[in-house]
Design a protein. Structure first.
Length: 151
């Protein structure tokens, strides 16, 4: 199971549900989820599972989705289950060296000081009958942001 602070709820694939939890009936849910790329995902349902971690034991909901992605520990569980953050293992992917290369190549863009753009001309093209839309920023879970600020 992966910890995903970007996921509002905890989810598992239909395949994992069928393999381990098919004896627990799914309940209907009106919940609609969105992936980080903006795709809409309608859960097949949800069920309650017993979550145990370092002496804590809680009955919490997990949503079952049709995709074959990883099982995710979302923010809803983070509000109830208090994790021992120093014990968690951070896994990185092969994109880290590529990211480091971009950061070093464009260090001035990512510096702490305010930057200025000079002699830049930009043109934004918008279709004629398009209605502007406002998108709210996604908040960071309070517990996660408090932990982040300590580091």
């Amino acid at each position: 199971m992966g910890l995903d602070t970007g996921s509002a709820v905890s989810v598992m694939s239909e395949g994992v549900y069928l393999e381990y939890l098919c004896h627990i009936p799914l309940k209907d849910t009106p919940l609609k989820l969105r992936t980080y790329t903006g795709e809409s995902v309608k859960p097949l349902g949800f069920c309650y599972v017993t979550v145990q971690y370092q002496g804590q034991s809680k009955e919490l909901p997990i949503y079952v989705v049709r995709n074959e992605g990883p099982t995710l520990f979302g923010r809803e569980w983070l509000e109830t289950i208090h994790l021992n953050w120093p014990l968690l293992r951070l896994e990185t992917s092969d994109t880290i060296p590529a990211l480091e290369e971009v950061l070093s190549k464009h260090a001035s863009v990512f510096s702490q000081s305010s930057g200025k753009m000079k002699n830049i001309q930009a043109r934004i093209q918008v279709k004629e009958n398009v209605r502007p839309r406002f998108w709210k920023a996604c908040p960071v879970a309070r517990l996660v942001s408090q932990q982040w600020m300590k580091h």
